[in-house]
Design a protein around this ligand. Structure first.
Ligand code: KIV
Ligand code: NA
Length: 266
């Protein structure tokens, strides 16, 4: 099957079909996403938290994103592949941003890149789009700005903040972004901004009026019972399944009931 493209997603949006997105960072899960009917994979800088065990996404490098994007691309042939531009990869200047975005496509195999920020990065977004690099925006709680926000808190509350978010979204659309992620914003604001745009919006903690939804794969699979922000719903409890399987293996090794002859060679 051919990969879904930005145009596929735009057509889904125009038909009113909700767009589904999950993060994915490795071959094994990318295969499973392939077997599902998820539209889009985000190789998110959340891999800093989920894969590397960091407290924030800030330490993630362009090389990290490329490494994981390559692994995902080998396991999945049909989802749209969107890769995050990590912290520091586009803030110093636009030339560096251009080179790093191109690397995510050339070396990683991503089809598009995602950048955190609004009107301030619109010129860079425009340059990328002009160069043939589709760009997804990311507004609201942008985790790369956690130090500026002073924590992981809902963004866009209050009249001024709401207007600012809408202005940022319109600036990104005007610059040529094909989609925008909204993270942890009040649901009424996410609805307003979705109505103001003519490109799809993807929500995470943004209510159900956005054009689609994204969750971190390990969160929706229930792989970490110690981490449960309000916007996460666990659609499975893999933490329990995995720990049970490990304990079953351990027990059978200790009582020598594994391996049997069925798992042994003559
Ligand atoms: O890195 C990530 O997982 C993300 C999503 C939460 C949108 O940016
Ligand atoms: Na991210």
């Amino acid at each position: 099957a051919k990969r879904k493209t930005n145009r596929h997603l735009q057509k889904m949006y125009e038909k009113g079909t909700p767009i589904t997105m999950v993060t994915c960072y490795d071959f094994t899960f990318a295969r499973l996403v392939e077997k599902s009917d998820i539209d889009t994979i985000l190789i998110g800088d959340s891999l800093g938290n989920v894969i590397q065990g960091q407290d924030t996404t800030l330490p993630v490098t362009v090389d990290d994103i490329i490494y994981h994007t390559r692994a995902v691309a080998r396991g999945n042939q049909s989802a749209h592949l969107l890769a995050d531009m990590p912290f520091g990869s586009y803030q110093a200047n636009d030339d560096e941003g251009m080179r790093n975005a191109a690397r995510l496509l050339k070396e990683g195999g991503a089809q598009a890149v995602k950048l955190e920020g609004g009107a301030a990065i619109a010129p860079l977004v425009k340059r990328m789009v002009t160069a043939g690099i589709p760009v997804c925006g990311h507004l609201g709680l942008t985790p790369q700005s956690v130090n500026q926000f002073g924590g992981f808190r809902v963004q866009g509350r209050g009249e001024d903040a709401g207007e600012q978010l809408i202005a940022d979204a319109l600036a990104l659309e005007e610059a040529g972004a094909y989609m925008i992620v909204f993270e942890m914003v009040p649901k009424d604001l996410a609805k307003r901004v979705t109505e103001a745009l003519s490109i799809p919006t993807i929500g995470i903690g943004a209510g159900n009026a956005t054009s689609g939804q994204v969750l971190v794969l390990q969160d929706l699979l229930g792989m970490n019972q110690d981490f449960c922000p309000k916007f996460v719903k666990r659609f499975a409890n893999l933490e329990d399944s995995v720990v049970k399987a490990l304990d079953a293996f351990g027990e059978e090794v200790r009582d020598r009931s594994f391996p049997t002859d069925a798992h042994s060679f003559d």
